[in-house]
Design a binder for this molecule. Structure first.
Ligand code: MN
Ligand code: ZN
Length: 500
């Protein structure tokens, strides 16, 4: 991981060093361990807090430089609002608020993980640590010169003081693996497309072998033998050959049906012959956000040794307009045998997913498949950038995704499917065409995918609005958000993992 940030846990009794971070509620009350850490300065600090505009609202912060009577150089008071009402995601955001306040010059930081009502639980302390790491992440690998206001990646040693440091450390271990997975997904999305093309992406996914993940890479010859004509039709216009990567984590019972996650990995999408306008085309380096999420998720599950069998599959291509590129009017035959008339070569993500979904459904017979794809601009018209679009042929799976969406803050909103939409992609020349009409564009895209899932319980997440360029949040200031890793990790751990 690129950040030099270190986060660990110490007991309350450890002396506060460097920059001190404490919490108060919206009555501006501090807990007892906090008052103790403030020592003789407690009364002065409380007076300063009371005299300021600071109201202790959850996530707000007050900065006091060189507070008299305190050995630390800087004191940051973070508002926790009404501590009893804090949910897991709110605590994660408090961690984010801390990382938002500490700067490059704060090399040593002590956080007193106590709310006015009492010490934080080990899980809450772990969430503070996760929130700090998520918010602190910054992608600046390609900046050779850094300006002053261009605060570089945090370089701090953060000690989180808790009642039971060993318990907090234990609680943080799996969460830390998930944070690593989110950061891995963000890295992949942020990387430029001349660096991250299908073969390089496949190589990075293969690094998961170190964690015990089985990784199989299908090259063009292998995909040709499998008759993946829909995916290959997209990739034929690029100098970079396509790849499909199948990752398998066997943490569950031997022979138990796996769960499966499938990602769209269009490393760059020009639109192909149906070329896109040039404004913002550079954003299309993020058209592999679904695949990035699947790789980050596999990392998280393997690193925390999830007790479940999982298949992760990603289709990696580059959609380019060269002399060998596919044309509107072409008819391709997918691995399923169904034929597809190409109407618009910019509707390529569904062509890639069609073959990968079919492959996973046939070959791995999963309990369910969830695919993630930066699939349509239409989903942003419908939902903006705060919810991913959810489409599913299974109410239970849709309900579960909705629940974990709320608990993780990676929200989804269910959209409809139905035969009236499905018939819009019937073609006069082939079994189907790759686009419907302008209206309901994210729905007809989902209908297309559904034709390739067989009878497998399935959900499709259209993450075009959430995977990249989404508004900065309390726990993310990176262009690539890593959306979906925490969501799907929670789906697995809540509903599909064997209990110890
Ligand atoms: Mn496209
Ligand atoms: Zn695309």
């Amino acid at each position: 991981m690129p950040d030099a940030l270190k986060v660990g846990f110490v007991p309350f009794s450890a002396a506060a060093r460097g920059t001190l971070v404490v919490f108060c509620d919206d009555a501006l009350k501090f807990g007892s361990a906090t008052s103790k850490a403030l020592g003789v300065a407690a009364a002065t600090v409380k007076r300063a807090v009371a005299a300021s505009q600071f109201k202790g609202k959850s996530g707000s912060a007050l900065d006091l430089l060189a507070p008299e009577g305190l050995k630390v150089g800087r004191l940051i008071v973070i508002g926790a609002g009404k501590p009893a009402a804090l949910k897991d995601y709110d605590v994660l955001k408090l961690g984010g608020a801390i990382a938002g306040k500490i700067g490059a010059s704060d090399t040593t930081v002590t956080v007193i993980a106590e709310l006015p009502g009492g010490a934080m639980t080990p899980d809450q302390a772990a969430a503070i640590a996760s929130g700090i790491r998520l918010r602190a992440y910054k992608f600046d690998r390609y900046k050779t010169k850094k300006k002053d206001d261009d605060a570089s990646s945090l370089n701090a040693n953060v000690s989180i003081a808790v009642a039971d440091a060993a318990a907090a450390k234990k609680a943080f271990a799996p969460d830390n693996a998930v944070v690593d997975g989110v950061i891995m997904a963000r890295e992949l999305v942020n990387e430029p497309p001349n660096v991250l093309y299908p073969e390089e992406f496949a190589k990075r996914a293969a690094q998961l072998k170190k964690l015990g993940v089985e990784v199989q890479i299908l090259d063009v010859a292998a995909m040709t033998r499998l008759k993946m004509g829909a995916l290959l039709g997209v990739s034929q216009g690029s100098a970079h050959p396509g790849r499909t990567v199948i990752m398998r984590w066997n943490g569950g019972k031997k022979g138990e049906q796996p769960v499966a996650f499938v990602g769209k990995g269009v490393c760059f999408d020009t639109g192909g012959i149906s070329i896109k306008p040039s404004a913002s085309m550079e954003d299309m380096k993020g058209d592999m956000g679904g695949a990035a999420c699947v790789v980050g998720l596999m990392h998280a599950l393997a690193a925390r040794k999830a007790k479940v069998n999982v298949v992760g599959a990603i289709g990696l291509v580059e959609n380019m307009p060269d002399g060998n590129a596919q044309r509107p009017g072409d008819i391709v035959t997918s691995m399923s045998g169904q034929t597809i008339e190409i109407i618009n070569t910019d509707a390529e993500g569904r062509l890639v997913l069609a073959d990968v979904l079919w492959y996973v459904a046939q070959k791995h017979k999963p309990k369910f498949m969830v695919d993630l794809a930066t699939l349509t601009g239409a989903i942003m018209v419908a939902l903006g950038t705060d919810h991913a679009g959810l489409f599913s042929n299974n109410d239970e799976l849709a309900q579960r995704l909705t629940e974990v969406g709320l608990s993780t803050g990676e929200k989804v909103w269910r959209m409809p499917l139905g035969p009236e939409y499905d018939k819009q992609i019937d073609s006069q020349f082939a079994d189907m065409k790759n686009t419907g009409s302008r209206n309901g564009g994210s729905i007809t895209a989902a209908q297309f995918l559904q034709r390739f899932v067989d009878n497998t319980p399935w959900a499709h997440l259209d993450i075009a609005g959430t995977a990249m360029g989404a508004p900065k949040s309390d726990i993310n200031h990176s262009w690539g958000s890593g959306y979906g890793v925490r969501l799907l990790n929670a789906l697995v751990s809540e509903y599909y993992e064997a209990r110890k």
